[in-house]
Design a protein around this ligand. Structure first.
Ligand SMILES: Nc1nc2c(c(=O)[nH]1)N[C@H]1C(S)=C(S)[C@@H](COP(=O)(O)O)O[C@H]1N2
Ligand SMILES: [Mo]
Length: 419
């Protein structure tokens, strides 16, 4: 183990930029932005439907969130929520790293605590720093589909979030006055006008952030802020396209979901191909039927019977928890018409199953408002063509505002549960 003396010798943290002002500026950005990432993250958990036991992790004990029926309007609500959660989370990475760099002498302060109060503060710091790094690493690995860890991403990211939230709240309570004083210690306007040679260290205080023997500046404070801001903008530029679409899609090089797509009208991201999901062609060929149950007797329809029912068209997004989204024009039979046909005109929920045999994405429970919305469909086509096998042929669910994962492909049955 590195002794503190050794740590000191390797890195003496002599940058003249380090000080309460810089730390406070970076901290104030995170103070505003991180609560947005936290809230959209928790909302995403609620959108998954914990009331049906289908949010992951399912049993969270006393960390249970209040649940409510996730809205179906506006249709892009989950797209916005997840775009912001993943997008803002990625964009803040350079700011978080800069903030950690700015306080690094304090992270290695020795002895670790001189009093009980200081010990508690340092425990909250471990939760804060460890928590945010853990959330960043698990989040980024998840959207890049690298499930290298031996535990569930969802479970880890959920509990990691609570560790981070606790550390974050404690940190705000402890540091807010100091952040305020730090912000007021220099004028941002002055700093933005100061070049490298005129950049001076902040006033030295023992046990503070400012180096006792700072080196001459190699970059101005405005240069350092521009570097962090530029890093954030660069990440924004290479990720925003995954949900904004259009020409920006080409710039979305962090977007793994662009790799498998369809042809013609079905040319948009495929989450999991029919082949990867183990869908046998026989299961979705002429033999395919959909079973509607929950009423007095089950109703079984083939694709021709579905196509003979009144068709409805709606422009709706698929918005994945991973942040990417795409809006397409879907057509098919309204779910509420199918509920009616099944003999359940007032369903409390609907349980959808796929012909897909394995995996966690082969079923979903829909809330009443999601079944009854006039744009909620068992879709047969997209953009004027039949669904492709990869997009869920013969029929898939598409519901406004629904997390992408619950838009079940290759539907085999729907059980309408009466109120
Ligand atoms: N049966 C089944 N349905 C599924 C999935 C799946 O793996 N199997 N993936 C889900 C996920 S996570 C998303 S984001 C959407 C993506 O739809 P798409 O592949 O048509 O773009 O389908 C959902 N429906
Ligand atoms: Mo997804």
């Amino acid at each position: 183990m590195a002794s503190p003396r050794l740590v000191q010798r390797i890195a003496r943290w002599r940058s003249p930029l380090r000080g309460p002002w810089l730390t406070s500026v970076l901290g104030s950005v995170l103070l505003v932005a991180l609560p947005i990432v936290i809230i959209t993250g928790l909302l995403s958990y609620i959108a998954y439907g914990p009331q049906f036991g289908q949010a992951i992790p399912g049993d969270v004990g006393w960390l249970k969130l209040p649940t409510f029926d996730w809205p179906t309007e506006p249709a892009w609500i989950y797209r916005l929520n997840q775009g912001v959660h993943v997008g803002l989370g990625l964009v803040l990475i350079p700011v978080v790293l800069a903030k950690l760099w700015s306080v690094i002498p304090r992270l290695f302060a020795w002895p670790p605590a001189r009093s009980i109060a200081q010990l508690l503060e340092r425990i909250s710091l471990v939760m804060l720093v460890g928590g945010i790094l853990f959330e960043i690493i698990t989040g980024v690995l998840n959207i890049q589909y690298d499930y290298i860890f031996g535990f569930s991403f969802y479970t880890a990211h959920y509990y990691g979030a609570w560790v981070f939230i606790a550390g974050f709240l404690a940190h705000i309570a402890i540091k807010l006055p100091r952040m305020w004083a730090g912000l007021r210690s220099m004028s941002m306007r002055e700093v933005l006008r100061t070049n490298r040679t005129d950049t001076l260290p902040e006033p030295y205080e023992p046990d503070g952030l400012v180096a006792a023997d700072p080196t001459p500046p190699t970059v101005s404070r405005r240069g350092a802020l521009a570097l962090v801001g530029g890093g954030a903008l660069f990440i924004a530029a290479i990720t925003a396209g995954q949900t904004i679409g259009g020409v920006t899609r080409k710039a979305a090089i962090l977007l793994p979901r662009g790799r498998t797509r369809g042809d013609g009208p079905n040319d948009f991201q495929v989450n999991r191909t029919a082949w990867a999901a183990g869908i046998r062609p026989e299961a979705t060929g002429p033999q395919w039927r959909v079973t509607l149950s929950g009423g007095p007797s089950a109703v079984t329809l083939d694709r021709a019977a579905l196509a003979a029912m009144p068709q409805h068209t709606a422009r709706l997004p698929i918005a994945c928890v991973e942040g990417w989204s795409t809006t397409e024009t879907w057509s098919g039979v309204r779910l509420r018409d199918l509920a009616e046909l099944a003999g359940v005109s007032n369903p409390a929920s609907a349980f959808v199953r796929s012909v897909e045999r394995f995996g966690a994405f082969n079923r979903a429970t829909l809330q009443a408002n999601q079944v009854l919305h006039p744009d909620s469909l068992l879709a047969l086509g997209v953009n004027g063509a039949d669904l492709s096998p990869d997009h869920g042929y013969p029929a898939r669910i598409i519901v406004p505002g629904l997390p992408g994962v619950h838009n079940t492909k290759w539907v085999a049955s729907i059980e309408f549960r009466p109120a």
